[in-house]
Design a protein. Sequence first.
Length: 417
Amino acid sequence: MTTLHTPAAGFDRVTLGIGALPHDVDRDALHLLDLVARLKSESPRILGYPGNRAFDYSFLAPALAVIPNNVGDPDSSDPDDITHTKPYEAAVVRFLTDVAHGDPQRTYGYMTASSTEGILFGLHIARRRLPRAPIYVSDQAHFSIRKCADLLRAELVTIPSRPDGSMDPDALHVACLSRRRRDLLTGRMSPRGAIVLATIGTTMTGALDNPIALRAMAAAAGEVHVHADAALGGLLAAYAPTPRPWDFSAGVDSLQMSMHKLLGSPVPGGVVLARADLVPAQKAGAYVGSVSDRTLSCSRSGLAPLIAWHGLRRLGEAGLCARVRRCQETAAYAINRLQELGWRAWRADPSSITVVFDRPAQAVVDRWHLSCDEAGRCHLVTVPHVTRHSINALCDDLGPTQFATNSRAARLVDNRI
């Protein structure tokens, strides 16, 4: 992966160091405002990373002068009703529960600090349910899953992916079956089960694992818990012209989504949802009253729910659907423009907004902040701030390749995957 050039380049540890005496507050304020200005000026050219930068919540600036702290579950009582924003958080959770086809009476959820926290929560409840089960993930799954498995002291089994980047269900079946047979040979008669992490939009290619197929193939191991990492791909799959299996209606037991990727937010965050019967009741400390707390983090940002609530309420479901369709149309436009120039461009699924193509010159990678892998590929992600104008400007920098005369054949690639 490429490294983003920080706008703070040129400031070393000494310059940014915190000393024994107060520093010049006005000078530091000017420095921070300059940093923000440079971040904003660079935003239109950040094409390779899935964070939507088309937002402006500056009207919420007064909220930076208070500390809304959401302690415990979004729908739990609170002894101090003036210091939190849990009703807004609960509204966000209810809306996304509906999007993910969850039963509102049987689904638990809360807003997380990141998708990684949501993955950890999902795997945590899976381990409580199946304490001896390995965690099965594809070789294209997010790197944070390795850290989660390490924290949970769980065996992590990596399953090969298919050419489009999705997990190979047949390979999963073989892995589960071989472990079951090995257990039987060693005298372990009780099946350990399987925890399967289905990636709904892989990091590099945007491929979608099929939770229905994965659950069926993992059944060879015994009881199965499926967690869907739907950080970016969940909303895309939900509102695609032809919806894809990804949520509770596809049999997943828990899932998580990001709020800053498609919706846009100055603070990263997400929402995790799970079958309520899998989440044991927990009571917080006596000093906060009778607050129910089944979250991992206890104290959580009260600002993030306000941002997510306003963003979703401003769009409504119709606007969210329209936003997804525009992003998908921009991805299709990008593929056509790149292929016209002879670049081998494709996406793993028509619902995906991740466009993969051959790695260009380093100067282009740096200017457009493209994300690249060791296989000589890079990608762009058409989140809302990435427009057709952005794609045209990128193509102007790329120029035609030696394959330009074969552009008609190249256009078949996207339809073949």
